[in-house]
Ligand binder design. Structure first.
Ligand code: ADP
Length: 614
């Protein structure tokens, strides 16, 4: 028996077929007999759907032309409807087309919007992005800026101008347009500018000059225009431009001429500053640490004609800054910030803020409630020497480093002019530092910058102390590159002594200028050496002589105090850290109780450097 297959075919337009198909004759018969209730004829599909009186429906295949059925239906009065499937198809086609068009339109719209956004971005290039700060956002007042009192006093005047302009304009005084804050990084220039805005109760715009400069010529100029447009809307206000030397450098200088983009930006800045009406209420504050490279046009009266020096803080200044930053931190009652101010010469405000922050982090890590001296000490070492590394094993390397560091410390303790030893330690730091000897520079010398020749020579001898100890203890064949940084420092000092300070037999001639300027855009031709080859040789020989003298001085001192060197090194290896006072006590005791050390060789070599044993 053959397999029976059940195939179900759906007739979509005319509905489900009846279970008992009528057939064409049956259809005509049913119409004729009056059994049909209604006929629906689709000539294109060649089908008729008949609804019988009892409600049943049937679909019957018919010819495309069917006059008989029409006649019979007409005769029997059965309603016959002709269905036009073309029209339906046309509608369906129309719908599909409409859908397609709609899709295309939506796609096009999407693309257009994207390209419009990109175009907007391209056009927005020229807009400057100053960070506008509302007055109440800035919670910095003059009280928060410590240690730079002269600068603060000078800026008080600007605050007065902004607060009561009438007081000045009534007697014909012109409000300054620009104030240049000059000083090393981190000394509080930005902080001061913010404090001025806050004290005067005006808006504060801040932008870094490097943000003006883009890859495209003309963008910087348009950013400057935009910045001033925004500022004029908010006048009176303070506009702070950080690192003004990024655009304000002397024009037409540098290797290969000027930089078009930078010069255009600067020109625009000059034009905008001229365009201020007098007393318009906009005051520009700009910060730089290289005022000497600025274009003279920028500094002429009517532009940045006021210059306020914001220098590194002195000892009382550092104490005041530490106090400002200690206000918001829980300090242990016995912490003496004045002592910490003594230990941090050369630190800027930002360095001091960072020091206390590091100390706070270490305190939190130790799960303590209050910041104590030891936390600040650890923080200071982290900041100056790097993170602590794994301690050294009791190996040859440890002894070598110990001798090296005690070498520095002992030379410093024996020489009158050298800085005082703060501590010497064998605890290594990250970055390859095996240990270190730290000194407390003379405060007066740091502040005045006036270092005597004897002091410089003593410093060089101290720097050579490490290499000298290696030579004296281990011999010429065993010296290591550990002294490379000391040698670099000595060479730099010696070179400056010879070529800039006139401290050598070559006389008081400035053979070289400040090296750094060549790289920042001053005409490099002016910076090329102007001396002959013979002089260059003589200069090199003088530098070499000074460096050799320093090493010889250190060697003779250490050789003359060899037992002391050994004793202190033993102690350092045992204790890992020796404080300055403890170190000095050992040296004094040694010199007091034992026979005078054989330092006659030392005295001969340390010409002009009286040592403390004498
Ligand atoms: P600059 O603009 O001179 O590079 P900042 O004004 O940006 O330095 O200073 C950075 C941070 O250092 C400040 O936010 C502040 O915490 C701290 N600081 C710097 N100078 C002082 C100061 N004189 N008094 C108090 N804090 C200071």
């Amino acid at each position: 028996m053959a397999n029976q297959r059940h195939i179900t075919i759906f007739a979509p337009a005319l509905g489900q077929p009846d279970r008992e198909p009528l057939g064409y004759s049956g259809l005509v018969e049913a119409v004729r007999n009056g059994q049909a209730q209604e006929l629906l004829w689709n000539p294109d599909l060649r089908k008729v759907r008949v609804t019988l009186l009892d409600g049943r429906q049937s679909v019957v295949d018919v010819f495309p032309e069917n006059p008989v059925l029409i006649q019979e239906a007409d005769a029997a009065g059965v309603p016959l409807t002709i269905e036009d499937s073309h029209q339906q198809e046309a509608w369906a086609g129309l719908m599909v087309n409409l859908l397609l068009v709609a899709l295309i339109l939506v796609g096009l719209g999407f693309l257009l919007r994207r390209s419009a956004k990109a175009a907007n971005r391209a056009l927005g290039f020229g807009r400057s992005k100053p960070r506008l700060r509302a007055e109440n956002d800035i919670r910095v007042c003059f009280e928060d800026v410590a240690g730079i009192n002269e600068a603060k006093d000078e800026l008080q005047e600007v605050v007065a101008f902004l607060k009561q302009p009438d007081r000045f304009t009534s007697i014909g005084a012109r409000i300054p347009r620009g104030v240049l804050l000059v000083g090393p990084p981190g000394t509080g220039k930005t902080l001061l500018a913010r404090a001025v805005a806050a004290e005067a109760g005006v808006e504060f715009f801040s932008i870094s000059a490097s943000e003006f400069v883009e890859m495209f010529v003309g963008v910087g100029a348009s950013r400057v225009r935009d910045l001033f447009r925004q500022a004029k809307q908010k006048a009176p206000c303070i506009v702070f431009i950080d690192e003004i030397d990024a655009v304000g450098r002397q024009r037409g200088a540098g290797i290969g001429g000027g930089n078009d983009e930078r010069e255009q930006t600067l020109n625009q800045l000059l034009t905008e500053m001229d365009g201020f009406e007098d007393n318009s209420g906009i005051i520009l504050l700009a910060a730089t640490n290289r005022p000497d490279v600025l274009d003279t046009a920028l500094l002429r009266p009517g532009r940045f004609d006021r210059r306020v020096l914001v220098d590194l803080p002195d000892r009382p200044g550092r104490e005041a800054i530490l106090n400002v930053h200690a206000r918001t931190r829980p300090m242990a009652p016995d912490v003496d910030l004045a002592a910490w101010a003594c230990r941090t010469p050369g630190f800027s405000g930002a360095d001091l803020a960072n020091l206390l922050n590091e100390a706070a982090i270490l305190t939190a890590r130790a799960r303590k409630q209050f910041i104590e001296d030891n936390h600040i000490m650890d923080a200071l070492e982290r900041v100056t020497m790097g993170l602590p590394a794994a301690p050294l094993q009791n190996s040859g390397k440890k002894w070598l480093i110990a001798y090296h560091e005690v070498g520095h410390a002992l030379v410093a303790t024996l020489l009158h002019q050298a800085d005082d030893l703060d501590k010497v330690t064998l605890l290594p730091r990250s970055g390859g530092v095996g240990g270190f000897a730290r000194f407390t520079p003379d405060e007066e010398v740091v502040d005045s910058g006036l270092v005597s020749r004897a002091k410089l020579q003593a410093r060089m001898a101290v720097s050579m102390g490490g290499r000298a100890a290696e030579l004296v203890v281990f011999g010429r064949q065993e010296i290591t590159p550990g002294a490379s940084r000391d040698i670099e420092a000595v060479t730099a000092t010696a070179r400056e002594m010879v070529t800039r300070y006139g401290f050598s037999s070559l006389g008081p001639v400035a053979w070289e200028g400040d090296q750094a300027e060549v790289f920042i855009g001053r005409d490099w031709l002016q910076q090329r050496p102007t001396y002959s080859k013979d002089t260059a040789k003589a200069l090199d020989a003088e530098v070499q002589k000074l460096a050799k003298e320093a090493l010889a001085a250190a060697c003779s001192l250490l050789a003359g105090h060899r037992p002391l060197l050994d004793e202190l090194t033993n102690q350092l290896v045992e204790e890992e850290t020796i404080g300055g006072d403890q170190f000095r006590a050992v040296v004094e005791q040694y010199q007091g109780t034992t026979a005078p050390v054989q330092d006659s060789v030392g005295r001969d070599l340390v010409k002009g450097l009286p040592n403390k044993a004498e």
